[in-house]
Design a protein around this ligand. Structure first.
Ligand code: IMP
Length: 417
């Protein structure tokens, strides 16, 4: 049995979709283990852009089974829309399997997510997709699971209870109430449509021989190990694989971390290497750094090696992929954060600063930029010497090999070492 897992190494949006597409060439299953419609994995098929939110990127490969794992939270309304987009692009929907233990996001969860954010003095900057409230119900042991969609009476009873709980704790206007009731009708229709995909996926995970596991979001958004409370409500780090898919970690042979050649963050929270200057704006423009799910501009910064090193250790990464190297093609100088400084303490261990990340000062090493296009290059040895030095220095700092480098959005813009 060969299992490879792909994990977002930073704050999400590292370009996992393209790498899952690349590494799913020979697998029979692609499985997602956490998160929900908050994710946005952009893939290009013959120049056509497809943004996947809940369906694993393996859908682009014929014969590949796509599992939406039990650790996920599934939004039926969003999923029906996504199924349509995938089908309109000519891909078959026959190989989709939703774990019967996945939790279900309802319109009520979305409403709570949005109103919580509006009311909060410490806004997380969520995607507004109802992710947090769905996981709250899960851990409160009154969530709706996928198998509940197969029993309509039970489902309606659970929805009524959810609405009653919400109305007990917050006042809705008549307009909001009418809207939510309409949305619930749509939710019930969509739940019917997706119910045919609900299965026991455990058995697939334990019988197939060649599996790719697809993470969503990124390590620093992990509810336990990320920049809490500015995190998502699941475990995007490799620890989430075992609970989210029911496979033990010792069955995973390769753990690949995806990192941008710089770093971005969408939403609020600490960001030590954030660039609020011309360089940041330049990365944002050239890198088209706008959220795939919400369209929000992403905050941009230089590569953060302490963060990457933490991510490698936490996830047990065997190798990493550096994406969007080409975005740095036109910089005279490029920086890498090698250490943090806070209150006189200097270290490259992020965990020492976890509660003070908003106060740390990054210590940089400056590199000469290569000032030439890397987009067409297919061999590592053919990269400009400055780019090779940049990559080798990252490897040295994070003590993990860079196995793949992505130099553009298309499938063929790739260097495999
Ligand atoms: P939530 O997951 O919608 O609750 O949002 C919590 C935090 O995670 C916010 O800062 C979001 O911007 C961030 N987030 C959630 N999903 C993604 C993603 O796929 N990429 C990047 N950031 C994300």
């Amino acid at each position: 049995m060969a299992i490879t897992a792909i994990i977002g190494g930073q704050w999400g949006d590292e370009g996992k979709g393209k790498i899952v597409d690349l590494l799913s060439k020979d697998v029979s299953v692609v499985a997602r283990f956490q998160g929900g419609a908050n994710a946005g994995h952009t893939v290009y098929v013959d120049d056509q852009k497809l943004v996947l939110h809940q369906i694993p990127s393996g859908i682009l490969r014929e014969e590949c089974k796509c599992i939406l794992g039990g650790g996920m939270v599934i939004d039926p309304i969003e999923l029906v829309q996504e199924l349509k987009e995938v089908s309109d692009m000519g891909f078959s929907l026959d190989n989709i399997y939703i774990s019967n233990s996945a939790h279900i996001t309802t319109p009520i969860h979305r409403l709570i997510d949005i109103t919580n954010e509006e009311k909060s003095n410490n806004k997380i900057g969520t995607t507004g997709r109802g992710i947090g409230p769905t996981y709250v119900d899960k851990y409160n042991r009154n969530g709706i699971r996928a198998y509940d969609l197969l029993e309509k009476k039970k489902l309606i009873k659970k929805l009524d209870a959810q609405l009653k709980n919400t109305l007990d704790s917050q006042t809705l206007t008549q307009k909001q109430l009418d809207e939510i009731k309409n949305k619930i009708d749509e939710f019930l229709k969509c739940s019917d449509i997706i119910s045919k995909y609900i299965q026991d996926t455990f058995v697939i995970m334990h019988t197939e021989n060649n599996i790719l596991i697809e993470g969503a979001q990124g390590t620093m958004l992990d509810i336990d190990h990320g920049t809490y409370p500015f995190v998502t409500s699941s475990n995007p780090s490799s620890g989430g694989i075992t609970t989210g898919l029911g496979v033990p970690l010792n069955k995973v042979n390769r753990l690949v971390g995806i990192f941008k050649a710089y770093i971005t963050r969408v939403g609020n929270g600490p960001f030590p290497t954030e660039l609020e200057d011309e360089d940041g704006a330049k990365i944002q423009n050239i890198g088209k750094e706008f959220g795939a799910t919400t369209g929000r501009p992403r905050r941009c910064g230089w590569f953060d090696a302490p963060l990457a090193k933490y991510s490698c250790k936490l996830n047990g990464l065997t190798d990493i992929v550096l994406t969007k190297l080409d975005i740095l093609d036109n910089f005279n100088e490029i920086q890498i954060c090698t250490k943090y400084e806070c209150d006189g303490n200097i270290s490259s261990n992020l965990s020492e600063f976890m509660n003070n990340l908003h106060r740390v000062k990054p210590i940089y090493k400056t590199f000469k930029g290569w000032m030439t296009s890397t987009n067409e290059i297919k061999e590592f040895d053919n990269l400009p010497i400055e780019a090779k030095e940049y990559i080798k220095y990252i490897e040295e700092l994070i003590e993990t090999p860079v196995s793949i480098i992505s130099t553009g959005p298309k499938r063929e813009d790739i260097i495999i070492r």
